[in-house]
Design a protein around this ligand. Structure first.
Ligand code: BGC
Length: 760
């Protein structure tokens, strides 16, 4: 293939080359018939196929496809196999509809619950998000269809998404905002990666050499093509130089012309264009290998969508009312029961093949029960006391009430962010009134991201987070409420108590073209842990109709080398009455580190099914990266020898077993000392410590006091000149003060010392 591609490149004119690198239409690349290069068709994504064959149709209606649950629900399954199956099903639909590449998955971090597109993203945790993205990609690509991992990178809000600069420091960028992409790229090799609209630290992602070329292509070895988000290119020549291979959508004749001219004038190296052409041709021909057309099994995919929904829904509260049993009459309240809210707004919007209606599914699942229905709240955000009164009357006349509370559909969408994390005033008043009148009240939520619950959660018997549950979600809800399915989802994002408690609150959504990621690495549970801020429901939390006991935590070795990693095993027992699935989470805590690290970080997980009374041993491997952190001084991931705590639990706030291990770092890192290094830094550096030792001795012998603690009680304050006083000063500055006693100028002394350090 690569020879054939090189032959084609040789025959291409410059115009053809540049033309190939800019789309021909909204969804197609530019074909070159004379050289046998066909057009490639791409389409949205990610929670199902949105293929619009005719963009001139004013409605631009996409062909019917299965609407799977959105990413928040998918990731709450923590079931990588299921995500892979979803990917395979989506690929089958792409094949049937002649689509070569699906524009998904999206794996941006949930920095704030306000991001309008959070429903399309997996998690606040990069490890979980990366695993989900990787398995989605593996599923799709296994069937010979490509994916587009998006939106790369730092696209964590919709506000000014076309222009804002996400200002992210190097360490945070690598540890939080790039990790999920890195994992997915290295593990699953997506055919394409889509760059985001925003700027990253001042440079558009579409022109960002550091991001697209250095990190993605060089460091991570990405071999596919980089496509722009739709309309993300501002300057095609700059984007070629940055590493952007394919601009979408097209046509863009003026840009083709400008790029051709730039090559002719010597401003753009033709080799750069050739490289993009090479990458694009490779993917086009790869896509060609999968014959297109045919049908897909709509019913089987609907069932799969239901299965994913039922594993992704999270039971947040249950006083024992669920699973429902023994009721004769149940009041079903809320518009969401009849017109379900099952997907988000924007480019991910799928035209479903069919939709399960929760009310009907409840009736089918429990045919012996009498169900009443009342609307509860209007479309939109008007306040209607009459609807609340009618709902209360129905609830009182029944043995239990199920409230379907769906956020108005326009609240969560691509293109803009949420203003708050609240349900509507009407919905809150409705829940409170019904729960007061009917203690057996269950709330089923439909939303794509965390909502606040503190006003009403105490009063209700149970809460099921149903997410944007996809077209078969109605069935999933009924099955969970009546115990046909034991809920097994756990939150892939923290549910805070108040918006004001959230990590990015003060730095949201940015001003004057920039948004500072001031909370750094501390997003999601990393923040709540560190600040000890109470939350409504923690990351990783979810209830089941059974319970699980953890015991016998073991590690393959107590002491190990970073490159070898370690394997963790733990016994999990189902101690309840029904079969259930438990999500076992492994977090790592570095006991001591030269840089600040979060209290714990998710580094592994597994989902295990257990019959009542059954015990299984689960094993979870932890590799180099489970212990490493990104050091901005070395510009790389490093490990430091020392003790780590391995925490195994049922959620980030429910650690059941712990064990300490010793890691030996195999890295031999260069010194970071320089002319500005402080005395403390010299003393921390293994080689620097030896070199500076004579100077320290002299200072101690000369200084007025040896140790600040000894002089704390002296009246009249502390004199200058203690070691404590100078330790955070650069050595050079300290030497400047005693220049007259020195044999050489301070600069020369420090330089000589640095030479000694670096020679070693
Ligand atoms: C969205 C992408 C989407 C593309 C094509 C953009 O506005 O950000 O996620 O794939 O449009 O519809």
């Amino acid at each position: 293939m690569s020879e054939q591609i090189e032959e084609i490149i040789k025959k291409m004119t410059l115009e053809e080359k540049v033309g190939l690198c800019i789309g021909a239409s909204f969804w197609n690349t530019t074909p070159i018939e004379r050289l046998g290069v066909p057009a490639m068709t791409v389409s949205d994504g990610p929670n199902g196929l949105r293929h619009v064959p005719d963009m001139s149709d004013p409605d631009q209606r996409s062909l019917p496809a299965t609407c799977f649950p959105t990413a928040s629900c998918v990731s709450s399954t923590w079931n990588t196999e299921l995500v892979q199956q979803m990917g395979e099903a989506i690929a089958e639909e792409c094949i049937a509809q002649n689509v070569d590449v699906i524009l998904g998955p999206g794996t941006n971090m949930k920095r704030s619950p306000l991001c309008g597109r959070n429903f399309e993203y997996f998690s606040e945790d990069p490890y979980l998000a990366g695993e989900m993205a990787a398995h989605y990609i593996e599923g799709v690509q296994k069937r010979g269809v490509g994916t587009s991992l998006k939106h790369f990178a730092g696209n964590n809000q919709e506000y000014q998404r076309f222009s804002i600069s996400s200002e992210i420091d190097e360490r945070t960028l690598h540890e939080i905002y790039l990790t999920a992409f890195e994992k997915a790229v290295k593990q699953a090799k997506p055919w394409t990666v889509m760059c985001s609209y925003n700027k990253l630290n001042g440079t558009y992602a579409s022109e960002n050499y550091f991001l697209l070329t250095q990190i993605l292509k060089q460091d991570w070895g990405f071999e596919g093509l980089v496509v722009s988000d739709w309309g993300a290119v501002h300057d095609r020549v700059a984007s070629f130089k940055g590493g952007l291979d394919l601009e979408m959508p097209g046509p863009q004749e003026a840009r083709v012309k400008a790029s051709v001219e730039a090559v002719r004038k010597g401003e753009l190296d033709e080799a750069v264009v050739d490289e993009s052409v090479r990458r694009i041709l490779k993917i086009i021909f790869k896509a060609q290998q999968t014959p297109k057309g045919g049908e897909f099994d709509q019913e089987a995919h609907h069932q799969l969508a239901g299965k994913i929904a039922s594993e992704g829904m999270v039971l947040l509260k249950n006083n024992g009312l669920l699973p429902l049993k023994g009721q004769r009459k149940i009041a079903v309240i809320g518009r969401g029961a009849k017109s379900p809210h099952f997907q988000g707004g924007g480019s991910s919007h799928v035209n479903p093949t069919k939709v399960s209606i929760p009310l009907e599914e409840l009736k089918k699942t429990a045919s012996d029960i009498e169900f009443s229905y009342s609307e509860g709240y209007p479309k939109g955000e008007d306040f209607r006391q009459d609807l609340i009164d009618a709902a209360v009357a129905e609830a009182v006349a029944a043995d239990a009430a199920i409230l379907f509370i769906a956020l108005p559909t326009y609240i969560e969408s691509e293109g803009y962010d949420r203003q708050n994390i609240d349900l509507t005033n009407q919905q809150v008043a409705l829940i409170k009134a019904v729960a007061k009148a009917q203690p057996n009240s269950v709330v089923v939520l439909n939303n794509g991201a965390a909502v606040a619950m503190q006003d009403w959660v105490e009063g209700v018997a149970a809460v099921l987070e149903g997410w944007m549950m996809g077209q078969a979600g109605g069935t999933a809800v009924a099955e969970i409420l009546f115990g046909k399915v034991n809920p097994s989802g756990k939150l892939s994002e923290t549910f805070p108590i108040r918006l004001e408690d959230t990590p990015a609150y003060i730095n949201w959504p940015g001003e004057v073209g920039k948004v500072y990621y001031g909370e750094g690495m501390f997003i999601g549970y990393r923040y709540y842990d560190e600040k000890q801020v109470p939350v409504q429901f923690p990351f990783g939390f979810g209830l089941s109709y059974t319970s699980f006991e953890y015991s016998n935590l073991k590690v393959s070795q107590q002491s190990f080398k970073d490159i070898d990693g370690v394997v963790v095993s733990v016994d999990v027992k189902n101690v309840g009455q029904v079969t259930g699935k438990e999500i076992v989470q492994v977090y790592v805590h570095d006991q001591k580190c030269s840089l600040r690290r979060p209290k714990k970080e998710l580094k592994g997980f597994t989902k295990v099914e257990l019959q009542p009374g059954e015990t299984k041993t689960v094993t979870i491997p932890l590799d180099f990266r489970a212990f490493a952190f990104y050091h901005p001084g070395y510009h790389r991931w490093i490990t430091e020898s020392g003790e780590f705590e391995i925490l195994v639990g049922a959620s980030s706030a429910d650690i059941r077993q712990k064990v300490n291990v010793n890691l030996e770092s195999t890295l031999v890192l260069p010194s970071l000392l320089n002319k500005e290094s402080t005395i403390a830094e010299w003393m921390q550096d293994p080689r620097g410590k030896e070199v500076i030792a004579p100077i320290i001795e002299q200072m101690i012998s000369r200084g007025p006091q040896k140790d600040i603690k000894e002089i704390e009680d002296t009246e009249g304050g502390i004199e200058m000149g203690t070691l404590e006083f100078v330790k955070d000063m650069p050595l050079l500055s300290v030497l400047m003060f005693s220049q007259k006693d020195l044999p050489l100028p301070p600069e020369e002394i420090v330089q000589a010392m640095l030479d000694e350090v670096y020679e070693a």
